[in-house]
Design a protein around this ligand. Structure first.
Ligand SMILES: [Ca+2]
Ligand SMILES: [Ca+2]
Length: 646
């Protein structure tokens, strides 16, 4: 493999689509949303999935019935957000956007969205806590861009003094530079006044400050009280009162579970809460009521790496807000105008080759977490794995194939990453054997968000840019020196396992063809055909996956403990402390005999899934290793086919 890393800080993407692979149609962007600030409007949308995406064009109208529409960007926008700045007060603007591919072709436009400058919204999430505990009421704002903090901010919030006692306030990344005073003399009200130095304008969104309360020791479990805004005053730079919707209320419930940071509701903060936040961040799990209130620590309406970082910090007793009069190490990163570049390399590889693509951070200083989307062309390569490097070994990291062609990674830790140019992660992939030589394709960094320790997006203060990867297909690359370890790709090639399998895996379906009803299937067995004492010393993980007729690959989601669900996330389906107890025990019937055991782990309503041949695979590997690593196989790869006709 010839590797040409293109990681100098001044790099710009150089990709020219000479022999581009499969440029289909670029799709219409989804999820466009406009949110007004004091003198600007922030646009935000979901990243497009195409590997041949170049960026986005943004169009604006100032009247919905006007036929005049202006493009507001010169070059296609690389990010998935944009702030339209310097707008007049009370200005209503309409926006539509398109996606643009590398050859300049544009998608159709989205439907219009609109917002009016100076019309903001504040909100506070519901919260929970035990009698006698300290709890935080999080005060959030949708977009505080341009609020003139030097003109003063006044917020009056009510609470129920019978149930909670006001104890103090904590500033956040948004309000860290402000002087804040409080008046809580009148029972049931806290009046917060904030003032910034001349010229201070707020930026960002979400968590503005916390009000701290102590729950009455005599409060009874299940009791509830409410908080509401009694009034909010904020101004723009011309001292015009902003129009703020503060109708939201928060309910406080006396409870021991789902307190802030406790996503799994077990009453404690620990790494399992952070792991759950990562799953939600990756879209591998949908947050429900208490998850969202417990997990969206930074108040931006979603759970992502920024919240993962906060939960990890709560788990080890670190502060999640800046401490008064104490500049935390991370705050030096604020307002410094620094530059961070996240880059994938340009490589040359031959058909069928396994490649490693380092994901680098040029200036890896000062952030705590990241959310990254990489778009790839599934006709060219199959991602196999994403692994941490020495630099990120203490970070939590998870990835998922969100859909064919889109890989999403979430990374976070409780401490600051400190480095110059560092390899953040390694992406392992296999070039498809049937790809033509001379082709080239892009690995598009479709979304990169870096977050700081207080849940803030680094891009509030610093410039974050990306350099996409390029894969050129050539026969000139030297053949791999070792036998190619083929991952379970759409057409898995099973390499000779090493060490010699000590377990025989079998997989079969009870019907070969499904014509009606649900597919309730998967019989599997593992036959430990090695000496009992050897088995007793082995720890093992078992992976099960399904390849659909279209080539999609779905993993049995054992890591989620949802036994009838498949996902695109690679996690061990079954994990055993010891083979002798675990595998044999699991597959043993109650009478102790080892036999086939039915797991109705797949329910497929026929008529909704593609017709054709589906193939199951299963393999047992050494605990903690990847299903792609033949050297860790403890069993053969078993497979079984069935056909769906409807
Ligand atoms: Ca917990
Ligand atoms: Ca959040």
């Amino acid at each position: 493999m010839t590797k040409t890393p293109t990681n100098t800080p001044t790099l710009t993407p150089t990709f020219e689509p000479t022999v581009t692979v499969i440029p289909g149609e670029v799709s219409v962007p989804k999820g466009l949303k406009a949110t007004a600030g004091a003198d600007s409007i922030k646009l935000k949308w979901a990243p497009n999935p195409e590997s041949f995406l170049k960026g986005y064009n943004l169009y604006k109208k100032e009247r919905i019935d006007s036929s005049l529409i202006d493009k507001i960007n010169a070059d296609p926008v690389q990010r998935t957000d944009y702030i339209d700045q310097g707008l007049a007060f009370g200005k209503l603007c309409y926006y539509r956007i398109t996606a643009v591919d590398v050859s300049g072709r544009e998608s159709p436009m989205t439907n219009p969205v609109w917002a009016k400058t100076g019309s903001l919204r504040m909100w506070m999430p519901d919260y929970r806590g035990k009698p006698g505990d300290d709890v935080s009421l999080r005060i959030n704002i949708e977009n505080c861009m341009g609020i003139a903090a030097d003109k003063g901010i006044n917020i009056d919030i009510t609470y129920d003094p019978e149930m909670i006692i006001y104890t103090g306030l904590e500033k956040t990344a948004i309000t860290n530079d402000l002087y804040m005073v409080l008046d809580s003399a009148e029972g049931g009200h806290v009046r917060v006044s904030a003032l910034g130095a001349p010229g201070t304008r707020l930026r960002g969104e979400g968590h503005m400050f916390d009000l701290k309360f102590r729950v009455s020791g005599s409060a009874s479990y299940g009791a509830q009280s409410r908080n509401s805004f009694n009034g909010v005053e904020m101004y723009d730079s011309s001292e015009r009162l902003l129009n703020i919707d503060y109708s939201d209320e928060a309910t406080f419930t006396v409870a021991a579970d789902y307190i802030r940071g406790d996503l799994n509701g077990d009453g404690a903060f620990n790494t399992s809460d952070a792991a759950l936040a990562m799953q939600i961040s990756l879209g591998d799990m949908q947050p429900e009521g208490p998850h969202m209130d417990a997990g969206d620590i930074n108040g931006d309406g979603e759970i992502d790496s920024a919240d993962v970082v906060s939960i990890m910090r709560l788990a080890v007793g670190l502060p999640i807000n800046p401490l008064e009069n104490n500049l935390m190490p991370g705050t030096r990163g604020m307002s410094t105008g620094g530059q961070h570049t996240i880059a994938l390399p340009e490589i040359t590889a031959s058909p069928g080759e396994s490649v490693t693509l380092p994901l680098e951070a040029i200036n890896a200083d000062g952030f705590y977490g990241a959310d990254i989307y990489v778009n790839y062309d599934p006709a060219v390569l199959t991602p196999l794995d994403v692994v941490s490097t020495a630099f990120t070994q203490s970070c939590g990291m998870r990835f998922i194939i969100m859909r064919e062609g889109v890989l999403k990674i979430t990374l976070g830790q409780d401490k600051e990453l400190l480095g110059a140019s560092e390899k953040l992660l390694e992406m392992k992939a296999e070039i498809r054997a049937d790809i033509e030589e001379g082709a080239q394709t892009r690995l598009k960094l479709a979304y990169v968000k870096l977050c700081g320790q207080y849940g803030e997006d680094i891009s509030w203060w610093e410039n974050v840019s990306t350099v996409d990867g390029i894969v050129k297909i050539s026969s000139a690359a030297a053949p791999s020196p070792t036998p190619v370890i083929t991952a379970p790709s759409p057409t898995p090639v099973i390499t000779t396992p090493s060490p010699t399998p000590v377990i025989t895996a079998r997989l079969w379906t009870d019907k070969a063809v499904y014509r009606s009803g649900d597919v309730h299937m998967l019989y599997y067995s593992l036959e430990p055909n090695a000496p009992e004492d050897l088995l007793a010393s082995i720890k093992a993980d078992c992976y099960l996956w399904l390849v659909t007729p279209g080539g999609g690959m779905f993993w049995y989601d054992g890591g989620n403990k949802r036994r009838n669900r498949f996902s695109s996330h690679v996690a061990p389906a079954l994990r055993y402390p010891k083979v002798s107890y675990g595998i044999a025990g699991f597959f043993r019937d109650s009478d102790g005999s080892i036999s086939r055991k039915e797991g109705s782990i797949l329910k497929m309503p026929l008529g909704q899934y593609p017709q054709g041949i589906y193939t199951w695979y299963a393999v047992v590997v050494l605990s903690g290793s990847s299903p792609f690593d033949a050297s860790s196989y403890l069993s053969n790869i078993a497979n079984a086919e069935f056909e769906v006709i409807w």
